[in-house]
Design a protein around this ligand. Structure first.
Ligand SMILES: *Cc1c(COP(=O)(O)O)cnc(C)c1O
Length: 392
């Protein structure tokens, strides 16, 4: 399919491209695995039985649909109307369960017995361990050694759920390195293992498949907003962007509308902000790299956004001007974290607080508008870290 004929947020081309981004840049040994996965996903997604089983799990296990809360006091403070999509209320505390239930069900359908996952803040690891326990599968989670120290509660949680957490000891010992280790494991064990990737990134079909499993966020939000806005859509839809899965999920519900789409990146991991294309973890996208193409280490207060790249579809949306991406600093995030707690009684995940930090900083531009904020997760996991930061 030519680039010009791709509808915004439609299916990728046959070789997995969104415009010039995406594709499959992987060692020969992984090509058959990705092809097998693509075939299995296409067949599962076209199978009403698979879809019904997944919908049942999302409703009765994960707790969907997640509500939209109108944030009156926060709206008053910011001078705009604020609607919050409550992914923080899902089982395991974030949007990640949507993708994980989809992929674990797919793994089971493919006859795989072992689930491999990578994790940054631990949220995807916890979600994967949860799904593996639910479906009776073995679960191995790769996690950077630095993140293991930052998120020890989530490590213990994964152990409780029966998963084995393996430290990634190379590079910056964070999320990027955990992905490398997980891919290495997958190459060696592809016969009986399934690689459950945690964001809308990696080689084709992952970015597309992960987006598809998160489209439920956008579909629900579109309907809920219509009810709250007299059949209309919000002026702005915003979400934080690490690899980009929660953002792509909510954006997908509004891609065909006039709503402005704003992704928010940590200033220390602003892959799109720098607009340097390159290949990392199997696909072409924007990433943080130096003049000689060496991938730079991302640095952020939240382990979940500590990733130097971004999913390829976001690079494409930025490229064609359908979405824009804003950086926020750690200090702005710390303020936003407290702002939501005090005005609405909701303690957000530090990741989600990025999107709110942008709203708060650029509130002048939002005056009088209706803004939909995707609250990707709850902040319980971050409370101990914030206690240190705030010095209490
Ligand atoms: C993992 C995580 C993110 C970042 O991942 P995306 O793929 O960019 O959505 C954001 N928020 C929360 C709560 C997370 O756990």
């Amino acid at each position: 399919m030519s680039e010009a004929r791709q509808p915004i947020m439609g299916d990728p081309s046959a070789d997995g491209r969104f415009g010039q981004f995406g594709g499959r840049f992987i060692p020969e040994t992984l090509v058959p695995a990705c092809q097998e996965l693509e075939k299995a996903f296409r067949s599962a997604w076209a199978d009403p039985e698979f879809r019904a089983e997944l919908d049942g799990l999302l409703a009765d296990y994960a707790g969907r649909p997640s509500p939209i809360t109108e944030a009156h006091r926060l709206g008053e403070e910011l001078g705009c109307r604020v609607l919050i999509k409550r992914e923080d209320l899902n089982h395991t505390g974030s949007h990640k369960i949507n993708n994980v239930l989809g992929q674990a069900l797919l793994a089971k359908r493919m006859g795989k017995k072992r689930l491999i996952a990578e994790t940054g803040a631990g949220q995807h690891g916890v979600a994967s361990a949860t799904a593996a326990a639910l479906m009776g599968m073995e679960c191995i989670v790769y996690m950077g050694e630095v993140d293991i120290k930052r998120q020890e509660l989530n490590v213990f949680r994964m152990n409780l759920l029966g998963a084995e957490v393996v430290p990634a000891l190379s590079g910056s010992r964070t999320l990027k390195d955990a992905v490398n280790e997980a891919m290495r494991d997958w190459v060696a064990t592809v016969e009986d293992s399934y690689y459950c990737l945690g964001s809308a990134m990696g080689p084709h079909p992952y970015p597309w498949m992960v987006r598809t499993f998160h489209e439920v966020i956008g579909i629900e939000a579109r309907e809920q907003c219509a009810r709250l806005l007299d059949g209309g859509v919000p002026d702005v839809v915003t979400a934080c962007v690490g690899g980009g899965s929660n953002a792509i999920g909510i954006f997908s519900g509004f891609a065909d509308t006039e709503a402005e789409l704003v992704g928010v990146e940590p200033a220390g991991g602003a892959a799109i902000g720098r607009k340097v294309p390159g290949v990392v973890h199997g696909s072409k996208s924007y990433l943080m790299q130096d003049e000689v193409g060496q991938v730079l280490e991302a640095e952020s207060i939240s382990a979940g956004l500590d990733y130097p790249g971004v999913g390829p579809e976001h690079a494409h949306l930025a490229d064609i001007g359908r979405a824009r991406y804003e950086p926020v600093t750690d200090a702005e995030v710390v303020d936003a974290f407290q702002l939501l707690a005090r005005t609405e009684g909701i303690i957000p995940a530090l990741e989600s607080a990025h999107a709110l930090a942008w709203m708060s900083r650029d509130r002048a531009e939002l005056a009088g508008k209706a803004v939909l904020l995707n609250l990707s997760g709850r902040g319980d996991k971050d409370v101990a870290q914030m206690m240190d930061v705030l010095g209490r």
